[in-house]
Design a protein around this ligand. Sequence first.
Ligand SMILES: [Zn+2]
Length: 163
Amino acid sequence: MGVNNMEEWEQEVDSINWKSMLKEIDEALLDNLAVEIGFRTFAQLEEVSELVVDDYYICHLSDGRWVWWNPKEYTTKDPKFFSNVEEAKQFISDFLQLDQEKLRQLEEGLAQVRQTKKCHYCEYEFDQEDQKQKNFQLAQQGFCSEECAVEMQKARMKEEVNW
Ligand SMILES: [Zn+2]
């Protein structure tokens, strides 16, 4: 790399919009969080999660587990997984030191959380209710998207040919 190119490169670096770059890093981190919990994107995780308090959210996965997560704490703390609603309730109740009345509210809130489905093809969690609005049949068949339904069909055809 010549001296001139180097200077050009430095100018380019100077002109990068750091704000938007930081935002991209944030988004990448949040997508990591989503994948760790079982979702393809952060937007999908957010969609099915209920805000409990401040930046703490809860969601209910297809295998029955509940997940307590916080986008702001993700860099220092992993999301917490519970094997059933009782465990989740116990943890939240202790964590927030809830009284009887608040505990009742929490129970009501948890009852509203939609359980997600696992896509037959990509195995990511998805919101079946939301998918039903877009494509009822696909949702019933357990596919998160048309792409996954098509890919599954292709895979099956391939299997038949090989057999
Ligand atoms: Zn899928």
